[in-house]
Design a protein. Structure first.
Lengths: 221, 434
């Protein structure tokens, strides 16, 4: 049973009059509780694919079934937002934490939109799980890169998503911090049953995934 | 269904978080926020200060007029376009006609003793007195003062019920008939001329342009029970018999400036003043007089204050629009600065509506904080005014509520465009924004 099911997906961008075919005829199924890595050179369409899976973008043509729910370019903005909120957690290469909010407030933030009532307690538990219980009141600029990424992971988990999407989560980290992040990912996948889709450049990181998908020029090869 | 329940709770949460964020961001950019609020602060505080002063003046006059006596009616020369004789066109124009034809205001001593006698017969009238004003100095020993010296018949004590005697007595009908040189002096006159000495029975001099006359003090007026900014005038009020004034100071002519009237207790003073106006019109060919009951006097004040308030409000409205544009400008800057934040929030599931609400609340809060600062300034300003002038400004709850309402309105109107811009940002583009 695929939680993510992409069929004949196409996406074209218009940039200054030039048409860029970002995704061409993508067919991809990802099973529940699978850990998939996407690899490929810059401009191969990895991030577009991840944005599509994460509902930040919609396909021009083709079909996307997320947990059996069909997503098209006609799906409303609010529906996409609430599906993102309830089903998907994002982890970015550049962390994307709110610079003026503490680690705790950053983790709590998505829960405001889901109306989670015991969000402070859950956020503290999550920060403890990623080993940051002593840093909850620190601002992002007081944290190391690895710590920032762990805050971002805790933030991605607060609304108990089924899918974790990561765009080069270790790209800005040293090897040791990168491995720590991967340990957390593996644990979430094995013990919490999270489906993980991760873009990476590094074969050492892709090793942690059960399957690696390679992309080139908008196609899966 | 789950989403529905979450909905309301979520909106409250977003509002609460947005307020927190708004206050944080106002605090983080103190000077910028203050400059943004300046237009609002100037607009709101100027109107509220003026309204408070106006309210204070109204309270004072209300007390004073109330002190004078509730069934009192006065007829004065000149058509002020108010009161019972005001024709429809004039009453719509309020006091405009007084400004329109200044000659009306100078037409003073137009009343005759016939008017007095006729008014006495108007139904509902209990007492009437002519009132003249005598220009002269009062001196005792080497001390001199220049109060308002009025002359009236003894019935004035039934008309000006608010003016009480402190010591002594009013003059009698006999003294009026015999045009005796007796005088009742106001509190300021008493303290200026006599200090702590009991003035009753003392002889003072009234000096007119031609001659000096000696008067015996038979009474003193008490200070008004309520202290107002108009107490000064009230305290110099000094009274002599009408006939004495006529013979000594007016070459034995009736020189009636005002007519004081006391309506019967069970009548409506407005009805009585209407009847008096109609009666006067039979002898005066045009409306060269104004009949004023207590309500009319207060009404006149209201008209003046309302005009002033409207005028300042118009100026303040400009300031508020400028303030609003300032808020819009800063919010647009803030939306651009926080593009990435908007992207992050959208990525984790914020709907367009949630983003719109957040930025709208922020704009409203900048405006509300401006309003609160204004009210603080108003509070300080009224204290200063109260301390250094005789005015006692009164901040009414309605002016607080209205000004806060205006602030919220401005925040919404001028915050809407930036908030819409924020809510429509594409999450992918926003996340890429550096």
């Amino acid at each position: 049973m695929n939680i993510i099911d992409l069929r004949n997906l196409n996406k074209t961008y218009n940039k200054g009059g030039a048409e860029i075919k970002a995704l061409i005829d993508i067919n991809l199924g990802i099973k529940r509780e699978e850990f998939v890595a996407i690899m490929g050179p810059s401009g191969s369409g990895k991030t577009t694919l991840l944005n599509m899976i994460g509902l930040l973008d919609t396909p021009d043509s083709g079909k996307y079934l997320l947990d059996n729910r069909e997503i098209t370019n006609k799906t409303g903005q609010d529906t996409l937002a609430s599906l993102r909120r309830d089903k998907i957690g994002f982890v970015f290469q550049s962390y994307n934490l709110l610079p003026k909010a503490t680690a705790l407030d950053n983790v709590i933030m998505p829960a405001i939109y889901s109306g989670l009532s015991d969000r402070t307690k859950i956020a503290k538990d999550l920060l403890k799980q990623v080993g940051l219980e002593k840093r909850i009141n620190h601002l992002p600029n007081q944290l190391s890169g690895g710590e920032k990424q762990r805050v971002a992971i805790a933030r991605a988990l607060i609304n108990s998503p089924q899918i974790l999407l990561a765009d080069e989560p270790t790209g800005n980290l040293d090897t040791k911090s990168g491995q720590e992040i991967m340990k957390i990912f593996t644990d979430l996948n094995k013990n919490k049953g999270l489906t993980i889709v991760m873009i990476t450049h590094e074969p050492d990181i892709a090793k942690y995934a059960q399957r690696t998908i390679r992309m080139k020029d908008g196609k899966i090869i | 269904m789950k989403n529905r329940f979450v909905g309301l709770n979520t909106i409250f949460m977003i509002i609460f978080e947005s307020i927190k964020l708004a206050l944080k961001s106002i605090w983080a950019h103190k000077i910028r926020s203050f400059l943004t609020m300046l237009g609002i602060i100037i607009g709101i505080s100027s109107v509220v200060i003026l309204v408070s002063i106006g309210e204070g003046v109204k309270n004072d006059v209300r007390k004073l007029v109330g002190d004078l006596g509730s069934n009192m009616i006065f007829v004065i020369g000149g058509d002020l376009g108010i009161g019972s004789n005001a024709s429809t066109s004039q009453s719509q124009g309020g006091i405009k006609s007084a400004f329109g034809n200044p000659a009306n205001l100078i037409a003073n001593n137009i009343f005759t003793i016939d008017d007095i006698n006729a008014i006495e017969k108007v139904s509902g009238v209990r007492n009437v007195t002519p009132v003249s004003v005598i220009s002269g100095l009062i001196s005792y020993g080497d001390k001199t003062t220049s109060p308002i010296i009025s002359s009236a018949k003894p019935s004035i004590q039934d008309i000006l019920t608010g003016v009480k005697l402190d010591k002594g007595r009013y003059f009698t009908d006999q003294e009026e008939t015999d045009h005796k040189s007796v005088i009742i002096i106001g509190d300021t006159v008493r303290s200026t001329l006599f200090g702590d000495v009991d003035p009753i029975g003392k002889k003072i001099k009234i000096s007119s342009q031609k001659k000096d006359y000696e008067f015996e003090i038979i009474g003193t007026f008490a200070k008004p029970t309520t202290s107002t900014s108009f107490s000064g005038d009230y305290n110099t009020f000094t009274l002599i018999p009408y006939s004495t004034g006529k013979i000594l100071f007016n070459d034995n002519k009736d020189n009636i400036m005002r007519i004081g009237i006391r309506a019967e207790d069970n009548t409506d003073p407005k009805v009585v003043s209407k009847a008096i106006a109609n009666d006067l019109l039979t002898r005066h060919k045009k409306e060269e007089f104004t009949v004023m009951s207590q309500d009319d006097m207060l009404g006149m004040l209201d008209t003046v204050m309302n005009m002033l308030t409207a005028f300042v409000s118009a100026i303040a409205a400009i300031s508020l629009v400028v303030g609003g544009v300032g808020i819009m400008n800063i919010m647009l800057v803030s939306v651009t600065e926080r593009t990435r934040e908007i992207g992050i929030r959208k990525a984790v599931g914020a709907t367009n509506g949630a983003i719109l609400l957040q930025f709208l609340i922020e704009a409203v809060f900048v405006s509300i904080v401006g309003g609160i600062i204004s009210l603080g300034l108003v509070r300080i300003a009224t204290e200063i005014i109260e301390h250094y002038t005789e005015l006692s400004p009164a901040i009414t709850s309605s002016s607080i509520i209205i000004s806060m309402g205006v602030c919220i309105g401005i925040g919404i109107i001028f915050g809407l465009a930036p908030a819409i811009q924020a809510s429509r940002k594409d999450p992918i583009e926003a996340l890429r924004y550096e």
